[in-house]
Unconditional design. Structure first.
Length: 137
């Protein structure tokens, strides 16, 4: 199995996140879900020395950031996860339905892959469960 394609995507994802976040931060928790006809990606980051996470969709409201530029970077993020899923397909690995990507400011990454069918669960319910699991630590 050739995992070079996957290994190139993880730092690419991290770079896009670094480019999106407009301030120094300690940790990022990202959720991605990709399946036939559906894509969702969102993240929370903890600003440096803060215990209160910032939701990715609040960045443009909280900071003076060009929305078009933010949207372009967000699209890059979506594309990275679509590429990652395609790479799993190419390598004939079991396709994940969702994943959690955890990145700390030192560059250390952790990935948790999920394989369950999420198509019958509302996006709000999924996000609530994910937040309870990862942001309540």
């Amino acid at each position: 199995m050739d995992t070079k394609g996957m290994e190139k995507l993880y730092p690419k994802i991290a770079k896009v996140l670094v480019d999106i976040i407009p301030e120094d931060w300690d940790k990022v928790y990202l959720y991605a879900e990709i399946r036939e006809g559906y894509r969702q990606v969102f993240f929370y980051y903890y600003p440096e020395k803060s215990n209160s996470p910032i939701y990715s969709l609040d960045i443009t409201d909280k900071f003076n950031i060009n929305e078009k530029q933010f949207d372009e970077r967000e699209t890059q993020l979506y594309n990275c996860f679509s590429e990652l899923r395609k790479e799993f397909e190419i390598q004939k690995q079991e396709l994940w339905t969702n994943l959690t990507f955890i990145l700390d400011s030192t560059g250390k990454m952790k990935l948790d892959y999920g394989y369950e069918d999420l198509s019958q669960i509302s996006p709000v319910e999924k996000q609530d469960k994910w937040e309870a699991k990862y942001l309540s630590m």
